[in-house]
Ligand binder design. Structure first.
Ligand SMILES: [Zn+2]
Length: 200
């Protein structure tokens, strides 16, 4: 038996988590922009490394990034443009939340679910902890009551109000002149119509 064979034989006797643990490194997202979409080219690679359910991981990313997207083989296509740093951050958050053991910092864990709780169990040290998903920061839409936003007034309505369009909303601003750009405080919202006043 030569050295290589010996080595190979020795490896098969080492539990996987011991041979892999120290080298655990999540691949950096490999991102490509195609038109208005963002392609995460190494999604499959990342999933293989973290050994979690790909549907779960994908769902998490879509929710956290606030974008629609689909699996395309081993890639994921997000339907909006997302900076790769943002994807990186969300991947790290996922790994912290669902993969890394908080006791020994190893990735050799698995997820146990029952009706109420999701628990992460460490195969290396035996620690168990409930998974506490960090709440996604609710990003307020810019057009919301009380917000002051900059709007270009590009039309005048029948009653003389200035009208601007932003984020799919039509905003009416009494006293605003056509062709101006001003800060408007949103007073009320009704469907896709908003009413504001010129902010002082
Ligand atoms: Zn552990």
């Amino acid at each position: 038996m030569d050295y290589k064979e010996l080595l190979a034989r020795a490896r098969t006797k080492i539990p996987e988590q011991l041979s892999d643990g120290e080298r655990f490194k999540v691949p950096e997202p490999d991102v490509l922009y195609e038109g208005k979409t963002t392609v995460l080219r190494n999604f499959g690679n990342i999933v293989d490394t973290i050994r979690r359910d790909k549907e779960h991981f994908l769902k998490y990313l879509l929710k956290e990034l606030g974008t629609p997207g689909t699996l395309d083989g081993t890639r994921v296509i997000f339907q909006t443009k997302i900076p790769s740093a943002k994807i990186s951050e969300r991947v790290s958050n996922y790994v912290e939340t669902y993969v890394i053991c908080s006791e020994c910092r190893r990735p050799d864990t698995h997820i146990v679910k029952d009706d109420r709780t999701t628990t992460i169990v460490c195969d290396a040290c035996g620690a168990k902890r409930p998974v506490i998903a960090r709440k996604a920061r609710a990003e307020l839409p810019k057009v919301s009551v009380g917000n002051v936003i900059e709007i270009s007034i590009d039309a005048i309505g029948q009653k003389g109000d200035g009208i601007g369009r932003i984020e799919g909303f039509t905003v009416f601003v009494p006293g605003a002149q056509k062709g101006t750009k001003l800060n408007v405080k949103i007073k009320t919202i009704s469907g896709k119509l908003a009413f504001g006043e010129i902010a002082k």
